[in-house]
Design a binder for this molecule. Structure first.
Ligand SMILES: *[C@@H]1O[C@H](CO)[C@@H](O)[C@H](O)[C@H]1NC(C)=O
Ligand SMILES: *[C@@H]1O[C@H](CO)[C@@H](O)[C@H](O)[C@H]1NC(C)=O
Ligand SMILES: *[C@@H]1O[C@H](CO)[C@@H](O)[C@H](O)[C@H]1NC(C)=O
Length: 337
């Protein structure tokens, strides 16, 4: 239950928060991936993200945490940052040693993949929420809750032994507790302040229409692409006049390489006539209330028709051409034989 509680504490605000349209949330999330290929080969790589922007990178080969954003030191002094980095360095090497110890004790199988997600989110006023979760082979196995480590409800039985051992290490618990409850929220406040101009950036979406693969004979799939926007929150809907088409299918919001986002809304219609009068409407905070509205017209259909026409022409040309070549090749084989 403990695990569920600390997991819910993390997930629920995300769900509730998303109903407040166009209000971005900025949790700081440090992600660690440790791969133990065998008893002698392992690596640990880390990254940190404020909302959807990557702020830090820490490769296995490096002794120092790299700033991806120029403001990634937040409001910490160089001295404070170096102290923090030292703590993480000690953590990383003792983590590797501990896992190798546990692996002997529990005889778990290589290759082993461990992931840690830890961080916090600050709220207006002085409130904050922290989290630390650990996954083994992609499954959540334990989290840090209050003043101790707790097993996930479906965790394998051996995790109890691990929990018992790590809960005896009061020194580590105190450090983790302090990092999560004090250091993290304080650091995040500074980070949000230092990165303010980039965090508040607004990049306008571009939108265009195309027709997708026909879902079934006589049907047509209309696709509305929206790309290059920031922040991530966007509203896209197929409309008939002012009427929202509720069977609009929405893709996930996917990242572009330049820290902007891509999204696609599709609508299947029965016939070409049904597509007339449809439009795609896009709302985004960067547009200042001026929604993008794209009207579907026959030109989008004709693109497919042109492609089909060209294909048919190629097949028409290609078939006799292929026959001629085949005959020639046969002839030349016959000449050899
Ligand atoms: C461990 O894995 C590495 C990388 O795959 C390999 O090069 C090495 O020989 C392995 N060592 C042992 C002891 O199996
Ligand atoms: C990762 O770093 C550790 C500690 O520096 C080192 O022992 C290990 O060989 C590194 N792993 C790889 C794959 O380079
Ligand atoms: C915010 O909370 C921290 C501890 O959680 C405390 O040290 C600090 O004084 C508080 N600040 C304000 C402005 O209330």
């Amino acid at each position: 239950m403990g695990f569920l509680r600390c997991w819910l504490l993390w997930v629920l605000p995300q769900v509730w928060g998303s109903s407040k349209v166009l209000e971005s949330r900025l949790p700081l999330r440090a992600l660690q991936i440790s791969s133990f290929v065998n008893s002698s080969w392992m690596r640990t790589d880390c990254s940190a993200w404020l909302g959807d922007l990557q702020t830090h990178r820490w490769d296995n080969a490096s002794d120092t945490i790299e700033f991806v954003k120029p403001w990634a030191q937040g409001k910490l002094s160089l001295h404070q940052w170096e102290n923090l980095q030292h703590i993480f360095r000690v953590f990383r090497s003792s983590f590797t040693r501990d896992i190798q110890e546990f692996s002997k004790m529990l005889q778990f199988d290589y290759p082993a993949e461990l992931q840690i997600s830890a961080g916090c989110e600050v709220y207006p006023g002085n409130g904050s929420e922290s989290f630390l979760q650990v996954a083994y082979q992609g499954e959540y196995i334990l989290c840090f809750q209050g003043y101790s480590w707790e097993a996930a409800p479906d965790a394998p039985a051996w995790i109890k032994l691990v929990i018992k051992v790590i809960n005896e290490d009061q020194g580590t618990i105190e450090i983790v507790q302090k990092l999560l409850k004090d250091t993290c929220p304080q650091y995040v406040r500074g980070l949000i302040e230092a990165g303010k101009s980039e965090l508040e950036k607004q990049v306008k979406p571009k939108a265009w229409l195309s027709s997708g693969p026909s879902p079934e004979p006589g049907h047509q799939r209309l696709v509305c692409h929206v790309s290059g926007f920031y922040p991530k929150l966007v509203w896209v809907m197929w409309m008939r006049g002012e009427q929202e088409q509720l069977d609009t299918q929405k893709s996930d919001i996917m990242p572009n390489a330049d820290e902007t986002w891509y999204f696609r809304a599709t609508l299947d219609v029965a016939a070409e006539e049904d597509a007339a009068g449809l439009s795609c409407r896009v709302k985004h905070s960067s547009l200042g209330g001026q929604d993008i509205v794209l009207h579907w017209d026959r030109s989008h259909t004709s693109v497919t028709n042109i492609v089909l026409g060209v294909l048919a022409f190629l097949v028409f040309l290609g078939f006799p051409l292929g026959l001629i070549l085949w005959f020639r090749r046969r002839r030349s084989y016959q000449d050899i034989l």
